[in-house]
Design a protein around this ligand. Sequence first.
Ligand code: SF4
Ligand code: SF4
Length: 131
Amino acid sequence: MVYAVGVSPPSSELSVLSCAGCGACCREQGAPPDYVALRISPHLADDPSFADDLARYRALTGEPLRLLNQYFHERQAGLRPENGVCIWFDAENCNCRFYDLRPSTCRVFELDSPGCHIYRRRQGISVETDS
Ligand code: SF4
Ligand code: SF4
């Protein structure tokens, strides 16, 4: 779904050209990863590399924040796995419900990267769908 950001190889070398219908990388995060890290490890707020995520995290309101809180509540109650489908993932439409609010990890993750291939394989999705 999401995030092909950063430098990508020329399209002629791509085996995965699109996130359409995939979302494999969102299916193992549990919740927006950097916001989870900031909640669990508050000292990360002092880490300059978290500055952008800290600002986004602190600005969360409404449904995005409610879902993040729900994730922690359900996880604490043993009702939700730590690394299941991201609570912001819209499985029906296969995209991020709050794409503009997604954290850095989701922004920099590259389509057709080795990690992308690993997630796809783990979710039973071909890495050669679009080749
Ligand atoms: S695993 Fe790869 S193709 Fe699938 S949504 Fe993530 S970046 Fe896109
Ligand atoms: S925050 Fe959005 S892009 Fe990131 S893992 Fe969750 S659903 Fe996917």
